[in-house]
Write a protein that binds this ligand. Structure first.
Ligand code: NAP
Ligand code: FE
Length: 369
Protein backbone atom coordinates (compact mmCIF):
# COMPACT_ATOMS: atom_id res chain seq x y z
CA UNK A 1 0.00 0.00 0.00
CA UNK A 2 1.35 3.43 -0.84
CA UNK A 3 0.28 7.04 -0.99
CA UNK A 4 2.06 9.65 -3.08
CA UNK A 5 1.19 13.35 -3.05
CA UNK A 6 4.08 15.75 -3.60
CA UNK A 7 1.95 18.93 -3.46
CA UNK A 8 2.53 21.32 -0.57
CA UNK A 9 -0.93 22.25 0.63
CA UNK A 10 -1.81 25.36 2.62
CA UNK A 11 -5.48 25.35 3.55
CA UNK A 12 -6.26 28.39 5.67
CA UNK A 13 -7.42 32.01 5.55
CA UNK A 14 -5.11 34.18 3.42
CA UNK A 15 -2.97 31.21 2.42
CA UNK A 16 -1.97 32.98 -0.80
CA UNK A 17 -0.50 36.03 0.91
CA UNK A 18 0.82 34.24 4.00
CA UNK A 19 3.05 31.90 2.00
CA UNK A 20 4.02 34.22 -0.84
CA UNK A 21 7.66 34.07 0.29
CA UNK A 22 7.68 30.39 -0.78
CA UNK A 23 5.53 29.96 -3.88
CA UNK A 24 5.94 33.42 -5.42
CA UNK A 25 9.65 32.89 -5.95
CA UNK A 26 9.36 29.56 -7.78
CA UNK A 27 10.61 31.37 -10.88
CA UNK A 28 11.39 34.74 -12.42
CA UNK A 29 8.15 35.23 -14.35
CA UNK A 30 4.75 33.65 -13.76
CA UNK A 31 2.06 32.97 -16.33
CA UNK A 32 -1.26 33.36 -14.51
CA UNK A 33 -4.04 31.31 -16.09
CA UNK A 34 -7.51 32.40 -14.99
CA UNK A 35 -11.04 33.19 -16.20
CA UNK A 36 -13.02 36.43 -16.21
CA UNK A 37 -15.21 35.67 -13.12
CA UNK A 38 -12.69 33.45 -11.33
CA UNK A 39 -10.40 36.44 -11.26
CA UNK A 40 -12.96 38.74 -9.69
CA UNK A 41 -13.36 37.28 -6.20
CA UNK A 42 -10.11 38.59 -4.75
CA UNK A 43 -7.98 35.56 -5.65
CA UNK A 44 -6.18 37.20 -8.57
CA UNK A 45 -5.57 40.38 -6.55
CA UNK A 46 -4.04 38.32 -3.71
CA UNK A 47 -1.83 36.41 -6.17
CA UNK A 48 -0.53 39.50 -7.97
CA UNK A 49 0.06 41.33 -4.67
CA UNK A 50 2.17 38.42 -3.38
CA UNK A 51 4.14 38.26 -6.64
CA UNK A 52 4.81 41.99 -6.56
CA UNK A 53 5.89 41.74 -2.94
CA UNK A 54 8.50 39.14 -3.96
CA UNK A 55 9.56 41.17 -7.00
CA UNK A 56 8.43 38.39 -9.36
CA UNK A 57 7.15 39.41 -12.80
CA UNK A 58 3.88 38.04 -14.15
CA UNK A 59 1.54 38.00 -17.13
CA UNK A 60 -2.20 37.45 -16.72
CA UNK A 61 -4.15 35.37 -19.23
CA UNK A 62 -7.77 35.85 -18.09
CA UNK A 63 -9.72 34.35 -20.96
CA UNK A 64 -9.55 30.68 -20.05
CA UNK A 65 -12.45 28.72 -21.56
CA UNK A 66 -14.67 26.49 -19.45
CA UNK A 67 -13.77 22.86 -20.17
CA UNK A 68 -10.60 24.06 -21.93
CA UNK A 69 -9.76 22.45 -25.25
CA UNK A 70 -6.44 21.18 -26.58
CA UNK A 71 -6.35 24.10 -29.05
CA UNK A 72 -6.99 26.59 -26.24
CA UNK A 73 -4.12 25.16 -24.17
CA UNK A 74 -1.76 25.62 -27.12
CA UNK A 75 -2.94 29.21 -27.50
CA UNK A 76 -2.17 29.89 -23.83
CA UNK A 77 1.22 28.22 -24.23
CA UNK A 78 2.03 30.73 -26.99
CA UNK A 79 1.53 33.51 -24.44
CA UNK A 80 3.79 31.70 -21.99
CA UNK A 81 6.56 31.35 -24.58
CA UNK A 82 6.17 34.98 -25.69
CA UNK A 83 6.37 36.13 -22.05
CA UNK A 84 9.24 33.75 -21.17
CA UNK A 85 7.31 32.43 -18.19
CA UNK A 86 9.11 29.85 -16.06
CA UNK A 87 6.20 28.84 -13.81
CA UNK A 88 2.43 28.73 -14.10
CA UNK A 89 -0.32 29.75 -11.66
CA UNK A 90 -3.90 28.55 -12.11
CA UNK A 91 -6.53 30.73 -10.42
CA UNK A 92 -10.17 29.65 -10.60
CA UNK A 93 -12.24 26.52 -10.94
CA UNK A 94 -11.14 23.25 -12.46
CA UNK A 95 -11.03 24.78 -15.93
CA UNK A 96 -8.20 27.29 -15.34
CA UNK A 97 -6.47 24.93 -12.88
CA UNK A 98 -6.43 22.06 -15.40
CA UNK A 99 -5.43 24.43 -18.20
CA UNK A 100 -2.52 25.66 -16.04
CA UNK A 101 -1.21 22.08 -15.64
CA UNK A 102 -1.52 21.31 -19.35
CA UNK A 103 0.18 24.59 -20.26
CA UNK A 104 3.01 23.87 -17.78
CA UNK A 105 3.51 20.47 -19.43
CA UNK A 106 3.56 21.96 -22.91
CA UNK A 107 5.90 24.79 -21.91
CA UNK A 108 8.37 22.17 -20.68
CA UNK A 109 8.06 20.48 -24.10
CA UNK A 110 7.99 23.61 -26.22
CA UNK A 111 9.25 21.71 -29.27
CA UNK A 112 6.21 19.41 -29.25
CA UNK A 113 2.74 19.92 -30.70
CA UNK A 114 -0.78 18.92 -29.60
CA UNK A 115 -0.05 15.22 -30.15
CA UNK A 116 2.19 15.24 -27.06
CA UNK A 117 -0.75 15.96 -24.74
CA UNK A 118 -2.31 12.54 -25.29
CA UNK A 119 0.87 10.62 -26.07
CA UNK A 120 1.16 7.66 -23.73
CA UNK A 121 4.84 8.16 -23.26
CA UNK A 122 4.91 7.86 -19.51
CA UNK A 123 8.07 5.85 -18.86
CA UNK A 124 6.83 2.81 -16.96
CA UNK A 125 4.77 3.80 -13.96
CA UNK A 126 6.56 7.09 -13.44
CA UNK A 127 5.05 9.11 -10.61
CA UNK A 128 5.05 12.44 -12.44
CA UNK A 129 5.93 14.05 -15.74
CA UNK A 130 8.28 16.92 -16.50
CA UNK A 131 6.43 20.22 -16.45
CA UNK A 132 7.10 23.77 -15.28
CA UNK A 133 6.20 24.25 -11.59
CA UNK A 134 2.49 24.84 -11.05
CA UNK A 135 0.72 26.75 -8.26
CA UNK A 136 -3.05 26.32 -7.96
CA UNK A 137 -5.57 28.60 -6.23
CA UNK A 138 -9.10 27.11 -6.31
CA UNK A 139 -12.17 29.38 -6.39
CA UNK A 140 -14.84 26.64 -6.68
CA UNK A 141 -15.48 23.83 -4.20
CA UNK A 142 -15.48 20.94 -6.60
CA UNK A 143 -12.62 19.59 -8.61
CA UNK A 144 -9.79 19.27 -6.10
CA UNK A 145 -7.54 19.86 -9.11
CA UNK A 146 -5.19 21.80 -6.82
CA UNK A 147 -4.01 18.45 -5.39
CA UNK A 148 -4.54 15.97 -8.23
CA UNK A 149 -2.12 15.10 -11.03
CA UNK A 150 -4.96 15.19 -13.59
CA UNK A 151 -5.84 17.68 -16.30
CA UNK A 152 -9.00 17.07 -18.28
CA UNK A 153 -9.26 18.72 -21.67
CA UNK A 154 -11.87 18.87 -24.40
CA UNK A 155 -10.72 16.86 -27.41
CA UNK A 156 -12.56 18.03 -30.48
CA UNK A 157 -10.68 15.43 -32.54
CA UNK A 158 -12.37 12.65 -30.53
CA UNK A 159 -15.57 14.61 -29.65
CA UNK A 160 -15.09 14.03 -25.90
CA UNK A 161 -13.40 15.31 -22.76
CA UNK A 162 -10.49 13.19 -21.61
CA UNK A 163 -7.86 13.18 -18.90
CA UNK A 164 -4.25 13.56 -20.03
CA UNK A 165 -2.14 10.43 -19.57
CA UNK A 166 0.54 12.64 -17.97
CA UNK A 167 0.71 13.24 -14.25
CA UNK A 168 1.24 16.88 -13.33
CA UNK A 169 1.15 17.46 -9.58
CA UNK A 170 1.00 21.10 -8.55
CA UNK A 171 3.95 22.26 -6.45
CA UNK A 172 1.60 24.33 -4.24
CA UNK A 173 -2.12 24.24 -3.49
CA UNK A 174 -3.25 27.48 -1.82
CA UNK A 175 -6.73 26.87 -0.47
CA UNK A 176 -8.93 29.59 1.06
CA UNK A 177 -12.73 29.37 1.34
CA UNK A 178 -13.12 33.16 1.22
CA UNK A 179 -12.89 33.04 -2.59
CA UNK A 180 -16.24 31.24 -2.67
CA UNK A 181 -18.16 34.03 -0.93
CA UNK A 182 -20.45 35.79 -3.38
CA UNK A 183 -20.28 32.94 -5.90
CA UNK A 184 -23.62 32.06 -7.50
CA UNK A 185 -25.43 29.33 -5.54
CA UNK A 186 -25.66 27.26 -8.70
CA UNK A 187 -21.86 27.11 -9.00
CA UNK A 188 -21.51 26.12 -5.33
CA UNK A 189 -24.17 23.41 -5.75
CA UNK A 190 -22.70 21.96 -8.93
CA UNK A 191 -19.17 21.92 -7.62
CA UNK A 192 -20.13 20.53 -4.18
CA UNK A 193 -21.87 17.67 -6.04
CA UNK A 194 -18.60 17.08 -7.93
CA UNK A 195 -16.86 16.78 -4.56
CA UNK A 196 -19.48 14.27 -3.41
CA UNK A 197 -18.89 12.32 -6.60
CA UNK A 198 -15.14 12.26 -5.97
CA UNK A 199 -15.69 10.83 -2.48
CA UNK A 200 -18.23 8.23 -3.61
CA UNK A 201 -16.30 7.14 -6.71
CA UNK A 202 -13.05 6.98 -4.78
CA UNK A 203 -14.60 4.93 -1.97
CA UNK A 204 -16.31 2.50 -4.34
CA UNK A 205 -13.19 1.88 -6.40
CA UNK A 206 -10.79 -1.01 -7.00
CA UNK A 207 -7.83 1.27 -6.20
CA UNK A 208 -9.16 2.26 -2.77
CA UNK A 209 -6.78 1.63 0.13
CA UNK A 210 -6.90 2.45 3.82
CA UNK A 211 -5.22 5.77 3.00
CA UNK A 212 -7.83 6.84 0.44
CA UNK A 213 -10.71 5.44 2.52
CA UNK A 214 -9.49 7.46 5.47
CA UNK A 215 -9.71 10.63 3.36
CA UNK A 216 -13.21 9.70 2.16
CA UNK A 217 -14.53 8.72 5.57
CA UNK A 218 -13.32 11.91 7.22
CA UNK A 219 -14.04 14.06 4.17
CA UNK A 220 -17.63 12.89 3.75
CA UNK A 221 -18.24 13.98 7.34
CA UNK A 222 -16.83 17.41 6.49
CA UNK A 223 -19.01 17.59 3.35
CA UNK A 224 -22.05 16.45 5.32
CA UNK A 225 -21.61 19.20 7.91
CA UNK A 226 -22.15 21.90 5.25
CA UNK A 227 -24.53 20.13 2.90
CA UNK A 228 -27.59 22.10 4.03
CA UNK A 229 -26.31 25.13 2.12
CA UNK A 230 -27.09 23.16 -1.03
CA UNK A 231 -30.79 23.07 -0.23
CA UNK A 232 -31.23 26.70 0.57
CA UNK A 233 -29.63 27.46 3.96
CA UNK A 234 -27.78 30.79 4.09
CA UNK A 235 -24.09 30.53 3.18
CA UNK A 236 -21.54 31.80 5.70
CA UNK A 237 -17.82 32.12 5.21
CA UNK A 238 -17.40 29.12 7.56
CA UNK A 239 -19.58 27.05 5.20
CA UNK A 240 -17.38 28.17 2.33
CA UNK A 241 -14.27 27.09 4.26
CA UNK A 242 -15.88 23.73 5.01
CA UNK A 243 -16.94 22.99 1.43
CA UNK A 244 -13.58 24.13 0.09
CA UNK A 245 -11.77 21.87 2.58
CA UNK A 246 -14.01 18.93 1.60
CA UNK A 247 -13.17 19.57 -2.05
CA UNK A 248 -9.43 19.40 -1.35
CA UNK A 249 -9.80 16.19 0.70
CA UNK A 250 -11.81 14.62 -2.12
CA UNK A 251 -9.11 15.68 -4.59
CA UNK A 252 -6.51 13.93 -2.41
CA UNK A 253 -8.65 10.78 -2.48
CA UNK A 254 -9.08 10.69 -6.27
CA UNK A 255 -5.42 11.60 -6.75
CA UNK A 256 -4.85 8.13 -5.31
CA UNK A 257 -7.75 6.11 -6.79
CA UNK A 258 -9.01 7.96 -9.87
CA UNK A 259 -12.74 8.32 -10.55
CA UNK A 260 -15.20 5.76 -11.92
CA UNK A 261 -18.44 5.43 -13.93
CA UNK A 262 -20.23 8.72 -13.08
CA UNK A 263 -17.22 10.77 -14.22
CA UNK A 264 -16.74 8.62 -17.32
CA UNK A 265 -20.39 9.06 -18.32
CA UNK A 266 -20.51 12.75 -17.41
CA UNK A 267 -18.00 13.77 -20.07
CA UNK A 268 -20.51 12.95 -22.84
CA UNK A 269 -23.15 15.22 -21.29
CA UNK A 270 -20.67 18.04 -20.89
CA UNK A 271 -19.23 17.68 -24.38
CA UNK A 272 -22.53 17.32 -26.22
CA UNK A 273 -24.84 19.47 -24.10
CA UNK A 274 -22.55 21.82 -22.18
CA UNK A 275 -23.87 20.49 -18.83
CA UNK A 276 -21.58 21.84 -16.04
CA UNK A 277 -19.15 19.18 -14.80
CA UNK A 278 -20.46 18.63 -11.24
CA UNK A 279 -24.07 18.54 -12.36
CA UNK A 280 -23.26 16.03 -15.10
CA UNK A 281 -21.51 13.79 -12.55
CA UNK A 282 -24.40 14.12 -10.07
CA UNK A 283 -26.93 12.62 -12.46
CA UNK A 284 -25.13 9.28 -12.36
CA UNK A 285 -24.36 9.05 -8.63
CA UNK A 286 -27.65 7.43 -7.49
CA UNK A 287 -27.29 4.76 -10.18
CA UNK A 288 -23.65 4.10 -9.29
CA UNK A 289 -24.54 3.63 -5.64
CA UNK A 290 -27.53 1.43 -6.50
CA UNK A 291 -25.28 -0.81 -8.60
CA UNK A 292 -22.68 -1.24 -5.86
CA UNK A 293 -22.84 -3.78 -3.02
CA UNK A 294 -25.43 -3.18 -0.26
CA UNK A 295 -22.87 -2.93 2.56
CA UNK A 296 -20.63 -0.33 0.91
CA UNK A 297 -23.67 1.62 -0.34
CA UNK A 298 -25.09 1.81 3.17
CA UNK A 299 -21.72 2.91 4.54
CA UNK A 300 -21.20 5.68 1.97
CA UNK A 301 -24.75 6.98 2.31
CA UNK A 302 -24.50 7.06 6.07
CA UNK A 303 -21.13 8.87 5.96
CA UNK A 304 -22.67 11.49 3.66
CA UNK A 305 -25.73 11.84 5.90
CA UNK A 306 -28.40 10.11 3.80
CA UNK A 307 -30.66 7.47 5.40
CA UNK A 308 -31.16 5.44 2.22
CA UNK A 309 -30.80 5.42 -1.56
CA UNK A 310 -34.34 6.73 -2.15
CA UNK A 311 -33.66 9.76 0.03
CA UNK A 312 -30.34 10.35 -1.73
CA UNK A 313 -31.91 10.07 -5.19
CA UNK A 314 -34.62 12.57 -4.23
CA UNK A 315 -31.93 14.93 -2.83
CA UNK A 316 -29.96 14.82 -6.09
CA UNK A 317 -33.09 15.31 -8.21
CA UNK A 318 -34.06 18.28 -6.07
CA UNK A 319 -30.64 19.89 -6.54
CA UNK A 320 -30.14 19.32 -10.25
CA UNK A 321 -32.55 20.90 -12.70
CA UNK A 322 -33.05 18.21 -15.38
CA UNK A 323 -31.48 18.65 -18.80
CA UNK A 324 -33.10 17.28 -21.91
CA UNK A 325 -31.10 14.18 -22.81
CA UNK A 326 -31.76 12.11 -25.94
CA UNK A 327 -31.67 8.31 -26.25
CA UNK A 328 -28.95 8.81 -28.83
CA UNK A 329 -26.72 10.63 -26.35
CA UNK A 330 -27.29 7.99 -23.68
CA UNK A 331 -26.38 5.27 -26.21
CA UNK A 332 -23.21 7.18 -27.15
CA UNK A 333 -22.18 7.52 -23.50
CA UNK A 334 -22.84 3.84 -22.82
CA UNK A 335 -20.86 2.71 -25.89
CA UNK A 336 -18.01 5.07 -25.04
CA UNK A 337 -17.84 3.89 -21.45
CA UNK A 338 -17.82 0.23 -22.47
CA UNK A 339 -14.58 0.88 -24.37
CA UNK A 340 -13.03 3.10 -21.67
CA UNK A 341 -10.71 0.56 -20.09
CA UNK A 342 -9.14 2.91 -17.58
CA UNK A 343 -12.52 3.84 -16.05
CA UNK A 344 -13.84 0.25 -16.14
CA UNK A 345 -10.75 -0.96 -14.30
CA UNK A 346 -11.67 1.26 -11.34
CA UNK A 347 -15.16 -0.21 -10.89
CA UNK A 348 -15.36 -3.02 -8.32
CA UNK A 349 -18.38 -4.77 -9.90
CA UNK A 350 -19.14 -6.20 -13.33
CA UNK A 351 -20.17 -3.51 -15.82
CA UNK A 352 -22.51 -4.40 -18.66
CA UNK A 353 -24.39 -2.30 -21.20
CA UNK A 354 -27.78 -2.95 -19.52
CA UNK A 355 -26.31 -1.84 -16.19
CA UNK A 356 -25.03 1.40 -17.71
CA UNK A 357 -28.46 2.09 -19.24
CA UNK A 358 -29.94 1.52 -15.81
CA UNK A 359 -27.48 3.97 -14.22
CA UNK A 360 -28.34 6.58 -16.87
CA UNK A 361 -32.08 6.08 -16.45
CA UNK A 362 -31.97 6.39 -12.69
CA UNK A 363 -30.29 9.79 -13.17
CA UNK A 364 -32.67 11.37 -15.67
CA UNK A 365 -34.94 8.58 -16.88
CA UNK A 366 -37.94 10.84 -16.82
CA UNK A 367 -36.45 13.31 -19.25
CA UNK A 368 -34.83 11.05 -21.83
CA UNK A 369 -36.52 12.09 -25.08
P1 NAP B 1 -15.13 25.91 -14.06
O1 NAP B 1 -15.43 25.53 -15.48
O2 NAP B 1 -13.73 26.13 -13.68
O3 NAP B 1 -15.93 27.23 -13.68
C1 NAP B 1 -17.35 27.25 -13.79
C2 NAP B 1 -17.86 28.68 -13.72
O4 NAP B 1 -17.62 29.22 -12.44
C3 NAP B 1 -17.20 29.62 -14.70
O5 NAP B 1 -18.21 30.44 -15.26
C4 NAP B 1 -16.28 30.45 -13.83
O6 NAP B 1 -16.09 31.74 -14.36
C5 NAP B 1 -17.08 30.53 -12.56
N1 NAP B 1 -16.33 30.78 -11.33
C6 NAP B 1 -15.27 30.09 -10.85
N2 NAP B 1 -14.94 30.52 -9.62
C7 NAP B 1 -15.80 31.53 -9.32
C8 NAP B 1 -15.98 32.36 -8.18
N3 NAP B 1 -15.27 32.20 -7.08
N4 NAP B 1 -16.96 33.31 -8.24
C9 NAP B 1 -17.76 33.42 -9.34
N5 NAP B 1 -17.65 32.63 -10.42
C10 NAP B 1 -16.69 31.70 -10.41
O7 NAP B 1 -15.88 24.85 -13.12
P2 NAP B 1 -15.36 23.71 -12.15
O8 NAP B 1 -16.53 22.85 -11.91
O9 NAP B 1 -14.60 24.24 -11.02
O10 NAP B 1 -14.31 22.89 -13.07
C11 NAP B 1 -14.74 22.02 -14.07
C12 NAP B 1 -13.55 21.51 -14.82
O11 NAP B 1 -12.67 20.80 -13.94
C13 NAP B 1 -13.96 20.52 -15.90
O12 NAP B 1 -13.18 20.73 -17.05
C14 NAP B 1 -13.65 19.17 -15.25
O13 NAP B 1 -13.44 18.15 -16.19
C15 NAP B 1 -12.41 19.50 -14.48
N6 NAP B 1 -12.11 18.56 -13.35
C16 NAP B 1 -10.81 18.33 -13.06
C17 NAP B 1 -10.46 17.48 -12.04
C18 NAP B 1 -9.01 17.22 -11.76
O14 NAP B 1 -8.68 16.40 -10.90
N7 NAP B 1 -8.10 17.89 -12.44
C19 NAP B 1 -11.45 16.84 -11.27
C20 NAP B 1 -12.78 17.12 -11.58
C21 NAP B 1 -13.09 17.99 -12.60
P3 NAP B 1 -14.87 32.10 -15.36
O15 NAP B 1 -14.81 31.04 -16.40
O16 NAP B 1 -15.24 33.42 -15.93
O17 NAP B 1 -13.66 32.17 -14.55
FE1 FE C 1 -14.96 15.85 -11.01
Amino acid sequence: MHFYLPTRIYSERDSVKKHGNEWASLGRKALIVTGKSSAENGALADVTEALEHQGTKYFVFDETQQNPSVEHVLKIREKGIEQQADFVIGVGGGSPMDAAKAVALMLAHADRGAEYLYEKNIAGEKDYDAALPVVEVPTTCGTGSEVTPYAILTRHDACIKASLPHKIYPAYALVDGKYLMGTKREIIVNTAVDTLGHFMESYINTNATDFSRMLCEYGLGVWRSAKNILIGAGITVQDCDTMMFASTLAGMAIAHTGTALPHGLSYYLTYEKGVPHGKAVGYFLPGYLAASGPMIRKKVLSLAGFPDIQYFTAFIHRLLEPDDVSEELVAKAVRGLMSNESKLRNVPFAVTEPLLYQICRSGFGAVIS
